[in-house]
Design a protein around this ligand. Structure first.
Ligand SMILES: NC(=O)c1ccc[n+]([C@@H]2O[C@H](COP(=O)([O-])OP(=O)(O)OC[C@H]3O[C@@H](n4cnc5c(N)ncnc54)[C@H](O)[C@@H]3O)[C@@H](O)[C@H]2O)c1
Length: 371
């Protein structure tokens, strides 16, 4: 052992369950959470060089993708497990499901385990709005929202709450999805004073929009918008083209636009720019936030945020949710790592368990032992 002083490290893992996360967001307000999370994510984008970054590790199947997303700085390590299975709703499961953890870099102790399905929707919307604050025209008031699934309410409220959007043009190939979105947003529209307009086609939704958000799910090289449907001055927030073979935008639109990405090595493989040559020019968003690169240059520019979701956003979102949930008394404590009187005597844990009031059955103790 080294000469490190023997300080008992807390053997305690905070846990945020999905019901507790939902209660937290309901209690604090969706828009307040989105604001707080956007501020936390932007603060970490400003510390970009402090993070050890890598593209996520993806496992593909014909139905979808499962991904692991790690990131760390000097103090903390975080990872997210997330899937994307566009046909899941037909099986009664969400397209996107996630969980993740934070660990202490100094000890490796996992300090926080969390649901991240709701948190991912919040962090994606918060990141979209944060990017649009740097890239969209400041006078943007109308947003088209194409793809009205699980992410859509969060996207809508982020742009209303953080950018001042006052009208939403809604389109989905499934009219029921749009009806659900309108039903869920109606009380917010009344309280916050914005309008909802269901549209019959994507082209109709885009007409007159300052910002276009695409949040569709289809594991294919889709082109949900013709390039000429997007007029000068538009900001496109493209979140659904986020893995190899899954795109939303016409390559001709990317050619006409200034394209911004989260982490270039990951987006080259996963984003809409997978359609473009390897030297197609893009700017990492953190450089705009840090003042190292220009964002929108003129009111006539078309800007595209080719979002795929980056681990740093989840790291910031987990820190934010843990902090707020602790304040609200919504964290549980998990028995994830054994608390040991002698850290090298792991076997004592088994012996102690044997003295528990409800000891494991003989069958359990002898499982795998040849008779
Ligand atoms: N960039 C990110 O950080 C990020 C984060 C989360 C989710 N996503 C992606 O966002 C997308 C939406 O996620 P979700 O959880 O809302 O999925 P979802 O399955 O709940 O909703 C997707 C919606 O898109 C609609 N749709 C499919 N094709 C369409 C088309 N051509 N035109 C209009 N509508 C169409 C579907 O009918 C459905 O209502 C997914 O592709 C997901 O992988 C990206």
């Amino acid at each position: 052992m080294s000469g490190l002083p023997k300080i008992p490290a807390p053997v305690r893992t905070d846990f945020l369950a999905s019901a507790a996360a939902a209660r937290l967001v309901a209690r604090e307000g969706v828009v307040a959470c989105l604001r707080g999370m956007a501020a936390a994510i932007e603060a970490d984008f400003r510390r970009w060089s402090a993070f050890d970054k890598s593209a996520r590790i993806a496992t593909h199947s014909p139905q979808g993708v499962i991904e692991l997303m790690p990131v760390s700085d000097a103090e903390g390590y975080g990872f997210k497990y997330v899937n994307g299975h566009p046909t899941n709703p037909q099986r009664g499961l969400p397209t996107v499901m996630a969980f993740g953890a934070l660990a202490d870099v100094a000890t490796g102790m996992p300090v926080f385990l969390s649901e991240l399905t709701l948190t991912t929707a919040l962090r994606t919307a918060a990141t979209s709005a944060m990017a649009a604050r740097w890239l969209a025209r400041p006078d943007s008031r109308v947003m088209a929202l194409i793809g009205n699934g699980a992410q859509s309410e969060f996207q809508a409220l982020a742009f209303v709450g953080l950018l001042g959007i006052r009208a939403l043009h809604l389109y989905d190939v499934d009219a029921d999805a749009t009806r659900r979105l309108v039903r869920n947003l109606a009380p917010y529209a009344r309280a916050m004073g914005f309008d909802l307009h269901p549209c019959a086609t994507a082209a109709q939704a885009v007409h007159g929009a300052d910002i276009v958000t695409t949040a569709t799910a289809d594991k294919s090289r889709a082109t949900i918008l013709a390039a000429d449907a997007i007029g000068p001055g538009t900001h496109v927030n493209a979140i659904g083209g986020d893995c190899p073979g899954k795109t939303e935008l016409d390559a001709a639109l990317l050619q006409r636009a200034a394209v911004f990405v989260e982490y270039e090595p990951q987006t080259r493989v996963e984003g809409d720019i997978q359609q473009m040559p390897a030297d197609f020019p893009v700017t990492e968003l953190w450089r705009v936030i840090a003042g190292e690169a220009p964002g929108r240059r003129t009111p006539q520019d078309i800007t595209v945020f080719d979002s795929v979701g980056f681990a740093l956003e989840d790291y910031a979102a987990m820190q934010f949710m843990r902090h707020r949930a602790r304040g609200a008394g919504l964290l549980e404590t998990l028995d994830l790592v054994p608390a040991l009187a002698d850290p090298r005597d792991l076997f004592q844990r088994v012996a102690e368990a044997d003295r528990d009031p409800a000891p494991p059955s003989a069958a359990t103790l002898c499982a795998g032992v040849p008779a």
